[in-house]
Design a protein. Structure first.
Length: 190
């Protein structure tokens, strides 16, 4: 699978593209951290979403713990991109195989601490994240929000949907079937 690397300037231009692609006016925008922080900031600065409430949920995959280990972090910063791209493809293949084994149901609860200032009548929610790989994270967030706001219409926006057969397909995205190296990725080189 192709790997595309974006620096912050390029990503800012593309984030503007994603904002403009959205034809849905939510009352609440929920960003999935850490990956969506950049996009949350871009959405907040857009006039299009000036009347929206914003909230965040922080989740992290187990593979992120491995990438933070000192030796692994050192390797990720010093290996050439062609090797790092190969490693990303191996990781993507593993995700693809877990999707095939998955029953498609996600039951792990999320502690969602939203602002007490939120109005009671939220009927439109947009979840934003940087990427959908397996889809488990977005599915968890969506299920949690659907339980808290049972009458809400919930849509999703991501920069990239890496796999065709993810558990959930985003409503809005810019890229599909590619891997993206973001400026905050552990293997990004300045």
């Amino acid at each position: 699978m192709k790997v595309i690397t974006f620096n912050e300037k390029q990503l800012k231009e593309k984030a503007f593209e994603l904002v403009n692609k959205i034809d849905f006016q939510p009352h609440l925008i929920v960003g999935v951290l850490n990956g969506a922080q950049f996009f949350i900031d871009e959405f907040k600065s857009s006039q299009k979403f000036k009347d929206c409430h914003f909230s965040e949920i922080k989740l992290q995959r187990n593979s992120e713990n491995i990438k933070k280990k000192p030796f692994t972090a050192f390797l990720l910063k010093h290996l050439p991109y062609f090797i790092l791209n190969f490693l990303r493809n191996i990781e993507s293949y593993k995700v693809k195989t877990t999707i095939k084994k998955s029953s498609g149901t996600i039951s792990k609860p999320i502690n969602f601490n939203y602002s007490s200032e939120l109005p009671e009548n939220i009927t439109k929610i947009l979840i934003i994240d940087d990427a959908i790989d397996s889809g488990k994270t977005i599915q968890q967030v969506k299920n949690t929000l659907q339980n808290k706001f049972p009458n809400a219409q919930i849509k999703t926006a991501v920069f990239v949907c890496t796999l065709k057969n993810a558990l959930i397909k985003p409503n809005y995205y810019l890229y599909q079937n590619v891997l993206i190296r973001f400026p905050w990725s552990k293997d990004f080189k300045k």
